[in-house]
Design a protein. Structure first.
Length: 148
């Protein structure tokens, strides 16, 4: 797994890790069932504190992107957990606001930004969603070696 951290960026390292893993899981770069490296190993590889990676993993688990199975490891979920409508609306509004601000900073107008957004959606690999009323899908056992 390849993660890049910019320790000089205004975005905290845990958020950079969370965002990158979410993106890789959503786009299929990290397939469902893929095993993530242990927290200590990933922290050492990235040169950050274990608490930084632990926080990213807690938030990823809360968001339904990963599933931690104790000593067996941490895996990308087979299906994304359903999100309550009010949470989805809040998160989507925040994401749209951040995208609009960044587009404006780059000097891009709404039409060009929307065109880029449409292209980005077209590159996404569809992922199954868990049924709204049912339990999340089980995680497949992945290879025993961490991703490199």
């Amino acid at each position: 797994m390849i993660l890049h951290l910019d320790l000089g960026a205004p975005i905290p390292p845990y958020e950079q890790v969370r965002t990158q893993i979410t993106t890789m899981a959503t786009t299929g770069v990290l397939p469902a069932g893929a095993r993530l490296p242990p927290i200590r190993q990933l922290a050492a590889d990235l040169g950050v504190a274990t608490a930084t990676i632990a926080r990213a993993f807690r938030e990823l688990e809360r968001d339904g992107v990963i599933l931690t199975r104790g000593r067996h490891g941490t895996f990308i979920r087979d299906a994304l957990l359903p999100i309550r409508d009010d949470d989805r609306e809040r998160q989507l509004t925040a994401a749209a606001q951040a995208f609009a601000i960044r587009a404006r900073q780059l000097g891009v107008g709404a039409d060009d930004a929307f065109r880029h957004l449409q292209r980005a959606f077209q590159t996404l690999v569809p992922r199954p969603r868990a049924p709204r009323d049912g339990p999340p899908a089980p995680v497949r056992q992945a290879a025993s070696a961490p991703l490199e």
